[in-house]
Design a protein around this ligand. Structure first.
Ligand code: WT7
Length: 649
């Protein structure tokens, strides 16, 4: 039996969603034809302190690059996420926290969350934090992480959340770049039944900082793990909170004032501080959260991401809370204590919407039907995926096993830079094709261009660009506007270049084919090959290194490392382990290489440029498709590399 390639809107959905197909098409058309009118109206979903009069002020020209939305309006993001829900929905659950250990959970109402955010915001003020200051957050998935983010927003401080899986070195680099003088952390977190130390990493990171002096570390003493508190610098979260008043008027912020920085990897250099501002970002995340998930108040919405990534910012914290939703925050991993955990959480807490990464789906799928065996799952109304292309086989497994063949799946394509989903189905409006992120959201003008920047019409494949701005777009690279222009607006004139390739079919559906630059997507985590390579060559044994991705059944892409050792250093099992551990400690466990291959030489052009195309082909076992290698300075290295590669297998 062949599987269907088109899944129409399921019957029980018809007429029950915010929009049907016709509704989507009309609203989409309006959002382009009268873009200012459309966004003026949509921004009314927020409470503004001073209403804006200007809607949009944007130029994508690389010499005059600026992106401003609702610029003369003022608001407070935390007040929009909390205060305005109190009168009628104060007792609704804001955060449903599910702990790592089965059976542990906690519901926090909007009133309770508001109270703790206000007190912690006052606590930050008492420590001298002022509007505009960058506050680093290095936290496990506990409610205090949300409190920390919202408390910053309340007082106009700019948060910089660093994924708790990053190493002290990586944390220090981010604190340095942000000139951050305050960090919020926990003694340890819990994941998969183990405690993960965090405070020790913070201590080491503070010692490594070169550009900033961290004056204060606020520590949530969450687990029983002993922690070293340095007097004068380290402050206990509980003690700080206990000393504070609950009255904390929200700071009046300009719509374009920065809300947060989040570091992400690109094809060159150090990770970039992607900067998002308040008014546009909250308008966009709130709007997409409502329409993409067809969200209704009272439903339990589970985005199984980490707050260390943009998905967590936009769809665990800001979008859902702006909409008065119940957002699920899960501390642990999808397979602890066993592969039935996700389904058990859905049943136990009667989750309505489940939004997870394809890598998690593939890992569960590898267990056959066991992950959902015996589960009811009838509370689920909608499924979503994000972070990487989903292969049709995994899509169907998810649809059948979690969706019982009835729930639509929204495959949402977006980036740290875009703030929220740009290409996505809407559950009641879009017939689905497994593996396609389908069509653009309101106000989004995607296009495909060839390598010369010519716009391709109709069914085509090319580089994915965006021709116009939307309110959730990043505003700049923190501290380096030139890098913002160079990275995104110089490849193709007057267009935002995503770094992704895509295909558009005859129905106008988009299919993301993956990155066209030197960025890897490993288990939904984005990593620059340049970042990995510079970490490798910093090791004294390494002369040269080249990193490429290769197809990996579960991770999507695996990390394949070619290393040339310094003369006098012999390849060995031990050296292999040393370099593996080195990458883990320089960047974090997510940078653990899948393969390290010793390379006596790397394939280079006569001008010395490494030909990664060849390295990618070898890593993918496609040596018969190497293409033209005659431009190599020394074509014989290729033989050698293939030889070494086949011996690895
Ligand atoms: C890159 C952005 C979106 C938040 C999480 C990742 C890839 C993302 C999809 C999707 C195919 C996807 C792209 C993109 N990507 N979503 N639905 N289908 N690819 O954010 O770390 O900034 O990574 O993830 O390659 O450029 P990020």
């Amino acid at each position: 039996m062949t599987e269907p390639t088109l899944y129409p809107v399921p019957g029980p959905y018809a007429g029950k969603t915010l929009l049907d197909e016709q509704g989507y098409l009309e609203m989409y058309r309006r959002s382009l034809e009268d873009s200012e009118g459309f966004w003026r109206e949509q921004a009314q979903r927020l409470d503004w302190i001073r209403p804006f009069t200007q809607v949009k002020d944007v130029s994508f020209a690389r010499d005059d690059l600026h992106i401003r939305w609702f610029a003369d309006g003022t608001l407070n993001v935390a007040a929009n996420c909390l205060d305005r829900h109190l009168a009628e929905h104060g007792d609704d659950t804001a955060i449903l926290w599910v702990g790592d250990e089965p059976g542990t959970s906690r519901e926090i109402s909007y009133r309770e969350l508001h109270s703790e955010v206000c007190r912690f915001a006052n606590g930050l003020k008492s420590l001298g934090v002022q509007r505009g200051d960058v506050v680093t957050i290095y936290m496990p998935m506990i409610p205090q992480a949300a409190v920390a983010m919202l408390a910053c927003a309340r007082i106009g401080a700019v948060h910089s959340v660093v994924f708790a899986g990053f190493s002290p070195e990586a944390l220090a680099g981010r604190m340095d770049d942000g000139q951050s003088r305050v960090v919020i952390t926990a003694n340890a977190g819990r994941r998969g039944g183990r405690s993960v130390v965090l405070k020790e990493n913070v201590d080491r990171a503070i010692a490594l900082c070169k550009e900033t002096t961290v004056e204060t570390a606020v520590v949530v003493n969450y687990t029983d793990d002993a922690v070293n508190m340095q007097p004068g610098r380290d402050v206990d979260y509980g003690e700080l909170l206990a000393a504070q008043d609950e009255d904390c008027p929200p700071e009046e912020m300009g719509a374009e004032d920065p809300l947060f920085i989040l570091y992400t990897s690109g094809s060159t250099g150090k990770p970039k501080g992607v900067l998002h501002s308040g008014g546009g970002y909250l308008t966009y995340t709130s709007l997409t959260h409502e329409y993409v998930f067809d969200y209704r108040r009272g439903e339990r919405f589970w985005c199984a991401a980490d707050i260390g990534w943009i998905t967590g910012h936009s769809y665990i914290i800001y979008g859902p809370l702006a909409n008065g939703a119940t957002t699920v925050m899960y501390e642990g991993v999808p397979n602890y204590p066993d592969v039935t955990r996700v389904a058990r959480i859905v049943d136990e807490h009667q989750i309505d919407v489940l939004y997870i990464a394809p890598t998690a789906i593939r890992a569960l799928m590898a267990e056959g039907d066991r992950p959902t065996e015996g589960a009811d799952l009838s509370s689920l109304r909608l499924l979503g995926t994000v972070g990487e292309p989903i292969n049709p086989e995994a899509w169907r497994w998810y649809h059948r096993n979690f969706g019982r063949g009835q729930c639509p799946i929204v495959d949402t394509w977006w980036q740290t830079e875009t703030g929220g989903a740009l290409l996505t189905p809407l559950p009641g409006a879009t017939a689905l094709k497994p593996g396609s992120a389908t069509r653009p959201f309101f106000g989004i003008r995607p296009a495909l261009v060839d390598n010369d920047g010519n716009i391709l019409e109709g069914a085509a494949e090319g580089n994915l660009v965006l021709l116009d701005s939307w309110p959730g777009q990043m505003r700049t690279v923190f501290g380096d506007h030139q890098r913002f222009a160079d990275t995104y607006f110089s490849t193709f004139r007057d267009m935002y270049f995503t770094g992704d390739g895509a295909r558009r079919d005859a129905d106008g559906y988009y299919w993301i084919t993956g990155r066209v630059d030197d960025v890897l997507n490993v288990s939904g985590h984005r990593m620059g090959t340049a970042e990995l390579e510079s970490a490798l060559v910093a090791h004294p044994a390494v002369a040269e290194a080249a990193v490429v991705g290769f197809p990996h059944d579960i991770k999507g892409q695996g990390i394949y490392v070619y290393v040339t050792l310094n003369s006098g250093v012999e390849p060995s099992e031990e050296m292999h382990r040393t370099l593996r551990d080195w990458l883990r400690s320089e960047i974090g466990p997510i940078a653990t290489p899948d393969v390290i291959q010793w390379a006596p030489g790397l394939p280079k052009t006569r001008s010395g440029k490494i030909m990664r195309r060849i390295l990618r082909k070898i890593a993918a076992d496609e040596y018969d498709q190497l293409g033209d290698i005659s431009t190599l300075a020394d074509p014989s290295v290729v033989e050698q590399l293939i030889d070494n590669h086949t011996r690895l297998a």
